[in-house]
Design a protein around this ligand. Structure first.
Ligand code: NCD
Ligand code: ZN
Length: 333
């Protein structure tokens, strides 16, 4: 197949930042995606309905088009029933970060039990819970050590829709089938790289993110789930732009920037694995069903024609900068 047409691709985990960075990156997502779940880890975090409204306005202005729907997420804290009832129609879910686990998560949750009253309300009101599932243990084990929390929450709140964000392990893939109310997103980098690509040879800061890329067998399990468009799995890029001076330095920030190249890379990966017919479900249909969204209509025609990934987008170095990949975007309408 030389062409593949995708309808309304969705990115169910995206960092757009603020101010100049927002202005630079929002149009890049809005070009090829019809909607995205917008992460609330700003400074200060997006933790009120007012902030949801104002941040959404900023995003729409930065995109400057009406065929991209930002699905807003609140930053988890303990909310009152009144707050949740008011916010419900305006958000896709609430994102929980364990305190201090990743970029701008200092205000996150330190004791999961303390978060349960709000989760009980979310379950009752039908508000999904998005989770950054890592402990602060040994870096390669952080997701595995967190899985009991997913099990505990899935059992305690059987009607709460829980999204395991950016899963990176075979064990997390298995967990998806254990509880009806567990769903997940996976990034493009975790389908393609392992820890070796980050730190096995020369250190590559542009592939450093949280959770860190894991072992070959984890990558295989994630790839198998994505390539068959596992019905509880959606694409979420976790595209997380940082200016080059925050990446190429001592104390490199976590985050891989993939938004403008994610679909092209995915097309190459699905093609290589004879699974192009599953890409529509993985990048849109599954998400529409799981999250109950109806994105704006956007058609992205991809072509089996080489594309050189730019060295930089503004001040941000993307994944695989300067490399040639086999698929490109031919037309967007
Ligand atoms: C994200 C960021 O930079 O905001 N970084 C990352 O490595 N993924 C935060 C996050 O999603 O963990
Ligand atoms: Zn993220």
């Amino acid at each position: 197949m030389n062409f593949l047409t995708l309808t309304s691709p969705l990115d169910m985990h995206l960092h757009l930042r603020q101010e100049a960075m927002l202005q630079a990156v929002a149009p890049l997502s809005a070009e090829t995606f019809a909607g995205a779940v917008i992460m609330p880890n700003l400074v200060p975090p997006v933790d009120s309905l007012e902030r949801v409204h104002s941040y959404r306005e900023e995003i729409l202005q930065a995109c400057g088009r009406d065929d991209f729907d930002p699905y807003m997420a609140l930053f988890f804290r303990n909310y009152t029933r009144e707050e949740l009832e008011a916010a419900r129609e305006h958000i896709i879910g609430i994102k929980l970060y364990p305190a201090g686990i990743t970029t701008n998560s200092e205000g996150g949750v330190s004791q999961i039990e303390e978060a349960e009253p709000t989760m009980r309300l979310m379950e009752e009101l039908g508000i999904p819970l998005h989770v950054h599932g890592e402990t602060n243990g040994f870096v390669m084990d952080r997701e595995a050590e967190f899985l009991w929390v997913y099990r505990h929450l899935a059992k305690t709140f059987p009607k709460l829709k829980i999204i395991m964000e950016h899963i990176t392990t075979a064990a997390a893939v298995e967990l998806l089938d254990e509880y009806e109310n567990l769903h997940a997103t996976v990034t493009v980098q975790h389908l393609l790289i392992t820890l070796d690509d980050v730190a096995g040879g020369m250190l590559n800061p542009h592939l450093f993110c949280k959770p860190i890329a894991k072992r070959p067998e984890d990558r295989t399990a994630l790839a198998n789930a994505a390539l068959r468009a596992h019905p509880k799995l959606s694409f979420g890029s976790d595209s997380a732009p940082h200016p080059v001076h925050k990446k190429e330095c001592c104390g490199c920030a976590a985050g891989v920037f993939t938004a403008p190249i994610a679909l092209q890379i995915l097309a190459g990966f699905f093609d290589q694995n004879n699974a192009l017919d599953k890409l529509q479900a993985f990048v849109s249909d599954n998400a529409c069903r799981i999250y109950g969204v109806t994105p704006p209509k956007k058609t992205v025609k991809l072509e089996n024609k080489p594309f050189s990934i730019p060295a930089k987008y503004g001040d941000v170095v993307p994944m695989w900068a300067g490399q040639e990949i086999p698929w490109s975007v031919a037309e967007i309408s």
